[in-house]
Design a binder for this molecule. Structure first.
Ligand SMILES: Nc1ncnc2c1ncn2[C@@H]1O[C@H](COP(=O)(O)OP(=O)(O)O)[C@@H](O)[C@H]1O
Ligand SMILES: [Mg+2]
Length: 557
């Protein structure tokens, strides 16, 4: 229930579209019911008038019938239009809402989830959340409003008929679907499980085809599948039976309700408290009123799925971010020197220290080389500067300002990163550069490419800046991809540079070109150069060597 209320609160921003959609739905049903009832009344009335038993004015009802027919058709069209609009608004609101909550969790909290699992939550679960409006809320509210309107109208002619109709609506709209759901639940569940099992087994059979033939085990395997199929057929028969019984019972109840209403209303006509044609109207009104509850069975089914999806979404949204943002930004740093004082980091309470008591100072515009074997904690230094993780002990200062008093976004805006696995998006070189500066002009991009030492190569490509780099940049050579990343860093023009094994995986020639480009990039920027290859250090004055998270040695030249 709490989850459901929370879900309803998410519907907020596009409520106008949603309410309009529901009102149009009510209009459609009321027109439809009105059309049937009025037609019944009109035909009966005309019949009696033809026999000279009654005088009726026929112009107005005939016009009303036409008006109702038009309202029904037009209303249905508009309802579809508006509810779709409402659903799309809702979907985009929900996606943005989820993304805003997801972002602070990356990467620290999201590494617990597999990428496929997250993707399915973003796509499938969010998509099924929009059902809460279209398939749960709209049919329920429509059913409620229509029932009130129809019964209110009916009660003016016969309270008894209205009560009978009410009982019928509750039975058909609420009791019967719930009973059918109960009856079909266990065989439905078994069927889903069995189908999955069968699929897996058959895939296994196909894969093991040769072995089964060689060992003469095919017959036995087929017999097993046939037995499972027979079991599935029994379950499906039971499901179909429940469905058919529910459908039949609903039909029966609808007719029985109409009969009950007639039984109540006919004596009124005989006693002349009700005009004859009203009997026809009441009968058809009761019959048509079941239109109002026709969406309810689907609503119950959708509700279960939607709540399950909502719980999966809430579980992520409620995760506490690893890095707490300061309530108020501290003053902006005056310069960009970096100080680590006795910093210790543990990725998880149960893990060993990834960094322990690490201290260093990089003067503004200066550089620090960090060496060490894999797993010694080099990348973790960058993770802390980028505010992806929180450190447990010590102090990190940028321009004298503790970085936990700056927001993550601010801190990241000061940094550019070139890493071995710097990501290029599967789009053009131009768009990949624009990530760093969306408003960059072609001249600025070409300037950055020049400094990265790759402009000539880009110009030589048939599509120039519009060359598509392929998935993960695979259409460029390793060295080219790295230099596009460097050009991106030039465009961002950030005062702090984190170079995390920037020449890793390159051949000697590409490494040489990339090191030259990096030499230009690091000029005047505070640089953390992480590498495990001494030759990549160039003429960096200060070098720190890490071993299992602690400082093994420091050298200054
Ligand atoms: N995201 C992470 N979650 C948990 N442990 C991590 C994570 N990243 C690194 N570690 C651990 O922290 C230690 C240091 O890793 P890292 O800084 O990546 O070393 P390096 O960059 O020197 O190879 C290693 O023991 C590693 O297993
Ligand atoms: Mg690393």
């Amino acid at each position: 229930m709490r989850d459901f209320l929370r879900l309803l609160r998410l519907l907020g921003p596009s409520w106008r579209w949603q309410a309009t959609g529901i009102l149009l739905g009510v209009l459609v049903i009321v027109s439809n019911v009105g059309l049937l009832a009025l037609s019944g009344w009109f035909i009966a009335g005309m019949g009696l008038a033809g026999l000279g038993l009654l005088r009726i004015e026929y112009f107005l009802p005939a016009a009303a019938i036409r008006a109702l027919a038009i309202a029904r058709a037009l209303g249905r069209y508009l309802e579809r239009l508006v509810t779709h609009e409402a659903t799309f608004h809702l979907l985009s609101d929900l996606r943005v809402w989820f993304y805003i909550r997801l972002e602070p969790l990356a990467p620290a909290r999201l590494q617990r989830h597999r990428a496929g699992d997250l993707l399915s939550r973003i796509r499938a679960d969010i998509d099924s959340l929009d059902n809460v409006y279209l398939r749960v809320l709209a049919p329920s509210v429509t059913a409620l409003l229509c029932t009130i309107l129809i019964l209110g109208f009916l009660a003016r002619f016969s309270t008894g008929a209205a009560l009978a109709d009410f009982a019928g609506l509750v039975l058909v709209g609420v009791a019967l679907p719930l009973a059918a759901f109960r009856a079909g639940r266990s065989s439905g569940r078994q069927a889903v499980a069995l189908r999955g099992q069968l699929r897996a087994e058959i895939a296994d059979t196909v894969r093991g085809f040769e072995e089964l033939q060689v060992f003469g085990a095919m017959e036995r395997q087929i017999a097993r599948h046939e037995a499972a199929y027979a079991q599935l057929t029994v379950l499906q028969q039971r499901e179909t039976l429940v469905e058919a019984a529910a459908g039949g019972a609903a039909l029966f109840l609808v007719q029985a309700t109409m009969l009950a209403a007639l039984v109540v209303a006919i004596p009124l006509a005989l006693a002349r408290t009700l005009p004859g044609p009203d009997i026809a109207m009441i009968a058809l009104l009761v019959l048509a009123s079941f239109d109002a509850v026709s969406g309810l069975p689907g609503a119950y089914r959708a509700l279960g799925q939607t709540l399950a999806a909502a719980r999966r979404i809430f579980e992520i949204v409620d995760t506490e971010p690893a890095v707490r943002e300061p309530a108020q930004e501290a003053a902006t740093p005056a310069g960009f020197d970096i100080t680590f004082r006795h910093v210790s980091l543990r990725y998880d309470d149960a893990d060993a220290w990834a960094l322990q008591d690490v201290s260093f100072h990089i003067p503004a515009g200066g550089a620090l080389g960090v060496m060490g074997q894999t797993g010694s904690g080099k990348t973790s230094l960058g993770n802390l500067l980028l505010r992806f993780w929180e450190f447990q002990e010590g102090e990190i200062l940028v321009g004298g300002v503790p970085i936990d008093t700056l927001s993550g976004d601010t801190m990241r805006s000061y940094c550019a990163v070139i890493a071995q696995q710097t990501h290029l998006f599967n789009t053009s070189i131009r768009e990949n550069l624009r990530i760093a500066r969306p408003a960059a002009t072609v001249a600025q991009m070409e300037q950055a490419l020049t400094e990265a030492g790759i402009l000539d190569e880009v110009r030589a490509m048939p599509q120039g800046l519009d060359t598509m780099v392929g998935e993960m940049g695979t259409r460029l050579s390793g060295g080219q991809a790295r230099r596009v990343a460097i050009a991106r860093a030039f465009l961002k023009d950030a005062p702090i540079l984190i170079l995390d094994e920037p020449t890793e995986g390159l051949d000697a020639f590409s490494e040489h070109i990339v090191i030259n480009a990096l030499g230009r990039l690091t000029r005047g920027r505070t640089t953390l150069l992480i590498t495990h290859r001494p030759q990549a250090l160039g003429n960096i004055a200060q070098v720190l060597e890490l071993e299992r998270g602690t400082v093994l040695s420091r050298s200054k030249t």
